[in-house]
Ligand binder design. Structure first.
Ligand SMILES: OC[C@H]1O[C@H](O[C@H]2O[C@H](CO)[C@@H](O)[C@H](O)[C@H]2O)[C@H](O)[C@@H](O)[C@@H]1O
Length: 560
């Protein structure tokens, strides 16, 4: 299915619809214990769809509730499907060497160096290429054909993800794997060429939404290391297209501030009002208490939009933090999204200047300054010294312009309230970083093993007590690069705690984890709709990036 930026809904392919019915049949047969709905939507077909559907409809079913006996369903699965994830073939990255020259020169401690090399070697486990069959028979796969080798997050996430790729790239750069890093960007550019935006992940069922837009940051960091201008030239048209996606149609919101000035900002808004195919059985169950189809459709859109934010799920998007059906993602102007777009605008201006396009460079510098001012006006809270999400709960006027009101800023504390410290390093008009450092320190977010996602323990994975690698990285890097000695020392302290918790968990479990529990060193995270995963692309990337930035002295103990 092809997509135009701004369209309100994306048609479902017949393969996705069929795999979704298989998913609900499997839930009925195998029961909810250890059931992962994503497994079914990722199954590659062995035979054509029509033959598979025929065989499925001919399976014996219980006359009372339609349940398929487990042995019959197992036999059908074995006969008609390849394993989930088998359409990505393990592939050794071309630029992998077991100890790269100049690897983490500031890490003096041999125990830490040995572990960092273990983490570096995980790139081999996470590298794949798309099988030829996906290119020959795309109609038999929900996996999308990508032109170059890929690096996946790990475990159930056996396909490329958008924002994860930024921290994978940061790790690859520390590992001196520049070709692998560029290949990731080329793949994401190919998605923009086809769909007009970078998809949440490289699966057809992810085409209805994007994820936090960090493509320009990927290009920027790779350019800074390699000086490859041809690479920047290839990326720029895709970045311009992506900028349009986030600044038009349903993603664009106009709001008038307290002084009557109009500002344009962006929000998350998925082009989808059905259950997410990868979690359809869960979404249907969550929606079952809603009274009618209209409410269900609205709820499904809010779920998919929360997935677009990368924070799926979190009390950040809920009006009642104990009730998922109160998700209102599309009614929120998010601080972090606008910080990423501010950086995108700044990066585009920089790239255009490099390429000798002064007109585009000036235009985007102006756009970034305008957004910076909008963020200050709408999100900045001088009393709390943080940027706060803004809830669009009041009706807009006839021109669809919202009116800012102080009480509509969300005063709850989330790690996202500090993400602009990462993008502020681009601005000439910086907020006083030392005040923000103090604000973080008194926020209640900083714990023994890192920065918590929020202060509410809701059981959702993007809430307390989970800490996520990308959030640690952006806040730490923002402080470290701010120019303030105080901010850098706080940043290093948080990085040390994070490195230690990753190390302790690695030693006790033999794996790197998707998320950690920040309450205690070495504790892994939990909650949410799927089992905690290992691998793990962004955690590996952040550990390597932190060790590159801060090093590790000989006499500092790595143990908790
Ligand atoms: O299957 C449920 C959801 O899983 C993904 O979200 C989580 O994993 C991603 C990969 O590491 C990560 O980018 C995201 O921030 C996590 O919350 C997926 O992105 C969702 O769309 C999907 O519904």
């Amino acid at each position: 299915c092809s997509v135009t930026a701004g369209t309100d809904s994306i048609p479902t392919t017949s393969l996705i619809s069929f795999l979704q019915s298989l998913q609900s049949a499997a839930l009925k047969t195998f029961g909810p214990t250890s059931f992962d709905p994503k497994l079914y939507i990722d199954l590659p077909l062995k035979h054509g769809l029509a033959a598979t559907q025929d065989a499925f409809s001919n399976l014996t079913r219980s006359p009372c509730d339609g349940e398929i006996p487990a042995p019959d369903l197992k036999a059908f699965l074995a006969l008609y499907f390849e394993d989930a994830g088998s359409d990505l073939i393990p592939a050794l990255p071309v630029d992998f060497v077991s100890e790269p020259e100049g690897f983490l020169p500031m890490v003096e401690n041999p125990i830490v160096k040995a572990w960092a090399l273990d983490v570096h070697s995980l790139w081999k486990n996470l590298s794949r290429r798309v099988s030829d069959d996906v290119k020959k028979h795309p109609e038999m796969h929900t996996l999308l054909p990508l032109p170059e080798p890929v690096v996946v997050p790990g475990s159930r996430f056996h396909e490329v993800y958008y924002w994860d790729s930024y921290w994978t790239i940061r790790g690859l750069l520390a590992s001196k794997m520049y070709d692998s890093a560029k290949a990731i960007v080329h793949n994401l550019i190919s998605l923009v060429d086809t769909y007009g935006h970078v998809l949440n992940g490289a699966r057809s069922y992810y085409s209805n939404r994007s994820q936090p837009p960090l493509l320009s940051s990927m290009v920027f960091d790779i350019y800074k290391r390699t000086g490859d201008l041809a690479f920047v030239k290839k990326a720029l048209p895709a970045l311009l297209k992506e900028h349009r996606f986030w600044n038009s149609g349903i993603h664009r919101v106009i709001i008038r501030d307290a002084h009557g000035h109009r500002h344009t900002l962006s929000r998350y808004y998925a082009m989808w009002n059905k259950p997410r195919p990868e979690s359809a059985t869960i979404d249907e169950e969550s929606a079952s208490k809603l009274p009618n189809d209209l409410e269900k459709e609205k709820f499904y859109r809010e779920l998919a939009s929360a997935a677009e934010s990368g924070w799926d799920f979190s009390s950040r998007w809920m009006s009642n933090s104990s009730d998922l059906t109160t998700l209102a993602t599309t009614s929120i102007l998010p601080v972090d999204l606008n910080a990423y777009i501010f950086k995108m605008e700044h990066d585009i201006s920089f790239f255009a200047e490099l390429l000798g396009d002064g007109f585009t460079s000036k235009k985007f510098m102006k756009a970034s300054k305008t957004r910076y001012a909008a963020m200050k006006s709408i999100f900045w809270n001088a009393k709390m010294e943080q940027w706060l999400d803004y809830w669009l709960i009041d009706e807009s006027d006839e021109e669809e312009v919202h009116q800012w009101k102080a009480e509509n800023q969300n005063h709850k504390i989330f790690a996202s309230n500090f993400i602009p410290v990462w993008t502020e390093t681009c601005s000439s008009d910086r907020t006083n970083v030392n005040k923000i450092v103090k604000s973080l320190q008194r926020s209640g977010l900083v714990h023994d093993a890192g920065i918590a996602t929020s202060l509410s323990n809701t059981g959702e994975q993007w809430d307390f007590p989970n800490g996520w690698a990308p959030l640690q990285h952006m806040i730490v890097e923002g402080f470290a690069k701010s120019g303030s000695t105080k901010a850098r020392s706080v940043a290093e302290n948080i990085a040390i705690r994070w490195i230690k918790t990753n190390y302790a968990a690695y030693k006790s479990t033999g794996a790197m984890h998707e998320k950690y529990d920040v309450e205690a060193c070495g504790k892994i995270g939990g909650g949410g709709e799927y089992k905690p995963q290992t691998g793990f692309g962004w955690s590996n990337g952040v550990v390597l990036a932190f060790l590159e930035e801060f090093g590790w002295p000989l006499d500092r103990n790595i143990d908790c």
